[in-house]
Design a protein around this ligand. Structure first.
Ligand code: BEZ
Length: 252
């Protein structure tokens, strides 16, 4: 399988339908950021720009970056200053009072390069406030995907290509790049999936299912059935077993 197929490709319309909760549930990390009018803020992994726009409305000067051209176009369409940029190769130098990130850092599997770029993007003393998947995030979902890959034969490296660190691991990484950690924690957050588990899996794990070609729907059904006893209640309401890592740190 070539690298283009392994990559998660984002479809903004599908994301808006099945993942709007990602920006809707960002209240706690926005509180930790406490943006002020006039501040220069980088939104790292801005996606479709929903939160970037919210920060602008507060009166901050916000730049959003994302590695998905589809997302960048959508964000620009909303009036966001969005730029196509790899979060593992940020191109800013001492420009921002704060770097903010919601539900994006777990997709960046070279976290040292990310934190290095964040430290370079910040003005001296600037802060880094982020929330993303932490240790144990979507553990049941990943286990079901792995079980089905083992039963059916499949590329297990496509199961869970994510970075879900513990607070200890992430604190050490930040410390190694000159940050002082002000607060950090893991927050279990079972998350209702209004459109169900199937659409969540299709939205977030597209390359895993694509490897099965014409069998993709049957494989999806296997994963959903395995997860039902753990994540679906008697009324048919689905939950995703999210665990958030939330952090605030500043350059020392
Ligand atoms: C998350 O937001 O934690 C997440 C979403 C999709 C896949 C993996 C993690």
């Amino acid at each position: 399988m070539n690298d283009m197929i392994r990559q998660q490709a984002w479809q903004p319309k599908d994301y808006a339908e099945n993942a709007r909760f990602v920006s809707d549930l960002a209240g706690a990390v926005l509180e930790w950021l406490a943006p002020k009018p006039g501040e220069h803020i980088l939104d790292l992994g801005c996606g479709d720009g929903a939160l970037t726009l919210k920060l602008s409305e507060i009166g901050a000067h916000v730049v959003g970056v994302d590695a998905s051209a589809n997302f960048v176009e959508t964000a620009k369409g909303q009036g966001v200053d969005a730029r196509l940029m790899n979060g593992e190769a940020l191109e800013f130098a001492q420009e921002f009072d704060a770097v903010f990130s919601n539900a994006a850092l777990h997709w960046m599997t070279n976290p040292s390069a990310v934190v290095d770029g964040v430290s370079r993007a910040l003005k001296p003393g600037g802060r880094f406030v982020a929330e993303f998947g932490g240790f144990g995030n979507v553990a049941a979902i990943a286990t079901a995907l792995r079980a089905v890959a083992q039963m059916r034969g499949g590329d297990e490296t496509l199961v869970a290509p994510w970075f879900f660190p513990s607070p200890e691991e992430y604190s050490a990484l930040l410390g190694a790049h000159g940050f002082v950690v002000d607060r950090i924690g893991l927050y279990p957050r079972p998350t209702p999936l209004k459109t169900g588990m199937g659409p969540w899996l299709k939205t977030f794990r597209t390359p895993f299912f694509e490897q099965y070609g014409g069998e993709a729907d049957a494989v999806l059904n296997d994963v959903v059935e395995l997860l039902k006893p753990a994540l679906c209640d008697a009324q048919g309401n689905w939950m995703a077993d999210y665990v958030r890592l939330r952090v605030e740190a500043h350059l020392g």
